[in-house]
Design a protein. Structure first.
Length: 441
């Protein structure tokens, strides 16, 4: 079964079944998977043996369902941690390590997304799930190649609906699929799926970027990078970009990443307006958006109004479309791949939250996982916070401090920053905090 066939034949509902199996059987014991599940201890060899001809071993479908559901959550959190370390590398002056780790961040985010669709990528031995059982797919490409090929196949699939993605994002306590229903144009599910795909391609899903990032990862990992780029780093640009990222991630009630999702919402409604509202109607884009809010029984959102007035433009999205290494002079551009990784992790967090919500799993149910993760990474001390938005409060103070420094005319000297603001910088680099409020209940 090739890449496209596996994508076209999988069923994401099987992953919800897996999370329900976990909830019913394992969470009370403080675990996602029991030791009796062979995929917990050695997934690589278990899957390899499952494929081996004549080998007296076959994976149990419930074990695979539970493993795949767990993978959605753990790949997502691991991806955010990789991104934190990428930012740490960047803000310590190591552009190469920032690119290396940001690549793995976007890879893990994509693996989380694929797992939510019912795909497990395992170094040439890949598995899918549907209501008939386990689907086997042997590919010539290893994990990196296969991941991007499966993502490309998902994008190109005519057998699945892409509108499920709209449920991962929200504005004003309504997911984007709900919002499509409030738009003045009559949108069929098929048309909505096409718009969702065009929207995703515009801000994130350029496969060539991801395949190039794999090459760039190899370049900075195996080649002497400072032969090509040993230039002085303008830390004002780097700190300003990370501060901008933090502002996109600020939570607001049920809107996990309030500003980021408002930008994405504005892009989506513009995509639908441009392709469904004839010029002859005389309806402006601004009026179309206001009418959508009226239909939803809400006042116009002032932030979205400003975003539309600015042309729905922000440096985050511009950087996400550019390569991580400039071909002309070899300059390393880690912020570009960091931006791409962030957008992929936004999708992964949506997948994780959606899956946990579908199975009715609360933060308390998975505290055995969350508490150790938070303590081990220094996000908190002791008991898990009742509300993860408290993790934003610490960061917001650090962001404000960095912004004050950026407004001063003096150069930002890295040595002086770490000598004077070590605590604030520590929190400023902990972008993985966002995974807690973005992925959990």
């Amino acid at each position: 079964m090739n890449y496209q066939d596996l994508i076209d034949n999988t069923d994401a509902n099987m992953v919800v079944d897996g999370m329900n199996i976990i909830k019913t059987n394992y969470l009370a014991n403080g675990e996602f998977l029991p030791n009796t599940n062979p995929l917990k201890i050695d997934s690589f060899n278990s899957i390899k043996n499952h494929f081996a001809p004549g080998y007296a071993f076959t994976l149990n479908i419930d074990d695979l369902k539970a493993y795949m559901a767990t993978s959605v959550i753990t790949h997502c959190f691991d991806g955010w941690l990789y991104l934190s370390h990428a930012i740490d590398g960047l803000l310590k002056g190591d552009k190469g390590i920032a690119i290396h780790l940001a690549y793995y961040s976007e890879l893990r985010g994509t693996l989380s997304f694929l797992a939510r669709q019912g795909i497990s990528v395992n170094n040439r031995k890949n598995l899918g799930l549907n209501n008939t059982g386990i689907l086997n797919s042997s590919t010539t490409g290893g994990t990196h190649v296969a991941t991007w090929k499966y993502l490309e196949s998902w994008i190109n699939s005519t057998s699945i609906s892409h509108t499920s993605l709209l449920e991962y994002f929200s504005v004003r306590n309504k997911n984007f699929d709900d919002w499509v229903g409030f738009m003045p144009s009559a949108i069929t599910p098929n048309i909505a799926s096409q718009h969702a795909l065009s929207w995703m391609k515009d801000w994130s899903f350029d496969i060539q970027n991801y395949e190039d990032d794999h090459i760039f990862r190899d370049t900075v990992t195996y080649q002497p990078q400072r032969l090509r780029d040993n230039n002085a780093i303008d830390f004002r640009i780097k700190f300003s970009a990370i501060s901008n990222i933090w502002k996109f991630l600020e939570p607001s009630g049920s809107d996990k990443f309030a500003l980021l999702d408002k930008y994405l919402f504005s892009m989506l409604i513009k995509e639908i307006y441009d392709n469904n509202v004839p010029v002859s109607s005389g309806t402006s884009f601004e009026d179309y958006t206001k009418n959508t809010f009226v239909n939803a029984g809400l006042s116009m959102d002032m932030s979205i109004n400003s975003i539309i007035a600015s042309g729905i433009n922000n440096n985050l999205f511009n950087m996400a479309k550019d390569p991580a290494i400039q071909s002309a002079n070899g300059e390393l551009k880690p912020l570009n791949i960091i931006s791409r990784a962030l957008l992929m992790l936004r999708i992964a967090s949506g997948c994780a939250h959606d899956l946990l919500n579908a199975a009715g799993i609360t933060n308390a149910n998975i505290d055995f996982y969350l508490n150790n993760l938070g303590n081990n990474n220094g996000h908190w001390k002791g008991a898990t916070p009742n509300n993860f938005e408290i993790l934003w409060e610490d960061v917001s103070e650090s962001v404000e401090m960095i912004d004050e420094l950026l407004n001063e005319p003096d150069d930002l000297i890295l040595h002086d920053l770490y000598s004077t603001f070590s605590k604030e910088l520590h929190q400023f680099k902990q972008i993985s905090r966002a995974c807690f409020w973005g992925s959990c209940a």
